[in-house]
Design a protein around this ligand. Structure first.
Ligand code: IPM
Ligand code: MN
Length: 365
């Protein structure tokens, strides 16, 4: 079969370590299933600024264009150094640039709590035990993030435009309906339709598409309430779909549910069809400069992102499940990196490489 060409953009902080571990896991997939992957690295973020004077160099974009998927680590610097040119707007330039360049319109952010890690969740047992398994589908290339932005010359007023077209809304909403069909057939559309015209458009699109998915139960919820509900009663959600900024806010709220960001993958899917489809995969977490280079970071978020890559870019469902099942097994058997100890004293923690080695050892066809 053909070689899958993967652009690896490790970025800053713990990015290189987690990308290396995901590549190790894909190596085991090659061993088990015989697929061939070719990995080519390029710079993005602060490291790219340092070496090439730009956070998202043209050579990096060119590599991505010549690949069939992007494995992205993370970018950005320490919070107290945001004014330094190397770090200033690094995340924004790199991420928004890649999203726009490859039309990554549909962002998937799953938030599930493994029953055997429920002690890590900040929520009460009585809430966690009802089961938490949500997928947030966020629109990623339009809305207020990509509307006109301007600040008056006197610096005393500013404008950000939020606009949506029917087509821009249909893409993520259709994807969300399709996802719901494969899950519990429950879709929540999150908006601010009591105030915003764009939200009323989202509702219209959702109601129109609902006719094609009569089996899916559709609920509408305002963003302020949704942020509250996802903490108070997350088991009510299955698939959630929403606009760019609301999705940013809601997915951060959801990311606290499992108790560690180190477990959470994501996929950003391109709407370009055919041979030029290039999706991007990255963990939810940031660069964690305090533990970078120390072999301490939890590689699971990136390893699960690689599993999403197999599923969405290469249609390799069994291979994706192989990785996911191995991660579950290692965690169920008590494998823990430092972020997963949850204050349990006396329990020893694994290094990043020990965790990936345990996952690889647990992978079976
Ligand atoms: C995210 C990030 C980005 C966003 C920032 C860094 C521009 O917060 O991926 O959620 O807001 O989309
Ligand atoms: Mn965010």
């Amino acid at each position: 079969s053909a070689t899958h060409r993967i652009a690896v953009l490790p970025g800053d902080g713990v990015g290189p370590e987690i990308c290396d571990r995901a590549i190790d896991v894909l190596g085991k997939i090659t061993e088990l299933y015989g697929h061939s992957f070719e990995f080519t690295h390029a710079d993005v973020g602060g490291i790219a600024y340092e070496k090439h004077g730009q956070h998202l160099p043209e050579a990096t974009l060119e590599l991505c264009r010549n690949s069939s998927a992007i494995l992205f680590g993370c970018v950005g610097g320490p919070v107290d150094q945001q004014h330094v040119p190397k770090w200033k707007d690094a995340e924004k330039i790199a991420l928004l640039g890649l999203r726009k360049a490859f039309n990554l319109a549909v962002n998937l952010r799953p938030a599930a709590v493994y029953p055997f890690l429920s002690n890590l969740s900040p929520l009460k047992d009585s809430i966690v035990n009802k089961g938490i398994d949500v997928v947030i589908v966020r629109e990623l290339v339009s809305g207020i993030y990509f509307g006109d932005h301007s600040t008056a010359e006197d610096g005393k007023s500013a404008v950000d435009v939020m606009s949506y077209s029917w087509d821009e809304v249909v893409t993520p909403v259709r994807f969300a309906f399709e996802s719901a069909m494969l899950r519990k057939k429950n879709l929540t559309v999150v908006d601010k339709a009591n105030v915003l015209d764009t939200s009323r458009l989202w509702r219209k699109v959702a109601l129109d598409l609902a006719k094609q998915y009569p089996e899916v139960t559709v609920n509408f919820m305002y963003i302020d309430n949704a942020v509250m509900q996802i903490i108070k009663d997350p088991s009510q959600f299955d698939v959630v779909v929403t606009g760019n900024m609301f999705g940013d806010i809601l997915s951060d709220a959801a990311s606290v549910l499992p108790g560690s960001l180190g477990l959470m993958p994501s996929a950003s899917l391109s709407t370009v069809e055919g041979e030029n489809t290039i999706h991007m995969y990255e963990p939810i977490h940031g660069t964690a400069p305090d533990i970078a280079g120390k072999n301490l970071v939890n590689p699971i978020a990136q390893i699960l992102s690689a599993a999403m890559m197999l599923r969405y870019s290469y249609n390799l469902e069994a291979e994706a499940r192989c990785i996911e099942k191995a991660v579950e097994k290692v965690l169920a058997d008590g494998g823990r990196t430092g972020d997963l100890l949850g204050g349990v004293k006396g329990q020893s923690s694994m290094s990043c490489t020990e965790m990936s080695a345990a996952i690889i050892a647990a992978m079976e066809k």
